[in-house]
Write a protein that binds this ligand. Structure first.
Ligand code: 1GP
Length: 252
């Protein structure tokens, strides 16, 4: 838990202009295709793979980590929906505190349950402020968290949350529109948050094409995350992922 995974992730983002992370949802990617899809992600230029979901139907994610690990020599990060998603097979966990909610379970409760397990498994813990942003649709994360998203036009609210997270000692800010969002996080909100706090900003949710991803980086995002895209038909997946990665890696 010495910060080396986070340092490596940020170093890659600095070297490439920004980092491209792919989220694999264990419920949505068929087990038989996990290895191949993970390999395509890395060949296309993904800098890290996130494993997680708001809700999981799978009891144990170990086989998912093992399959991805076989073909994806990049950091594997747990992207937890609950404390029970902790896995000793990850390199690190984005220890998400949903600071945009006012639900104590999502702010600290799940974390208290997860902490002893994390201590035992030695996975690097990356304290991450998780802000849900209004996206024009009811996403799984909004439904499952039962929390109000920050209105799209209210950059000031997002800015204040991000700064509070910085003052609390968190290491990353994750601006989340939610998987399948109709509208991704607005560029103006990203640039406002980046100008107001010094934490690296990650942006995800509803990003499906290269131009949108590039705009998020131009607005200041240090990492761009796509999820659903990895479920595209296999024959189209390589080129789609390569387009996204090339758009995000503005420094080549
Ligand atoms: C991760 O929620 C995103 O932050 C993933 O969203 O599935 O819409 O790409 P998509």
């Amino acid at each position: 838990m010495n910060g080396s995974v986070l340092a490596g992730l940020l170093d890659t983002a600095a070297r490439r202009g920004a980092a491209y992370w792919v989220l694999l949802d264990p419920d949505r990617v068929p087990a038989a295709e996990l290895e191949e899809r993970a390999a395509l992600c890395v060949e296309a230029g993904a800098d890290a793979i996130l494993i997680g979901t708001s809700l999981t139907l799978l009891f144990d994610h170990s086989a998912v980590y093992q399959a991805v690990r076989r073909r994806a020599p990049v950091p594997l990060l747990t992207f937890p929906g609950t404390g029970s998603h902790v896995s000793p097979l990850a390199d690190a966990i984005l220890f998400l505190s949903m600071v945009s909610s006012r639900n104590p379970e999502l702010l600290i409760g799940e974390h208290v349950r997860a902490a002893p397990r994390l201590k035992q498994c030695g996975v690097e813990v990356i304290p991450t402020a998780y802000l849900l942003i209004e996206s024009g649709t009811l996403t799984s994360v909004q439904y499952m968290s039962g929390s109000l998203p920050i209105p799209r036009a209210k950059s000031d609210i997002a800015m204040a949350h991000a700064l509070a997270a910085q003052f609390l000692g968190m290491k990353l800010v994750y601006l989340e529109a939610g998987s399948g969002a109709r509208e991704p996080v607005p560029d103006a909100m990203i640039s406002d948050v980046c100008a107001y706090c010094s934490l690296p900003v990650i942006v995800g949710g509803g990003i499906r094409d290269a131009a949108v991803a590039r705009a998020k980086v131009a607005a200041g995002a240090r990492c761009v995350v796509t999820g659903n895209l990895v479920e595209e038909p296999l024959r189209e997946l390589g080129p789609r992922l390569r387009d996204l990665a090339a758009a995000v890696h503005v420094s080549g």
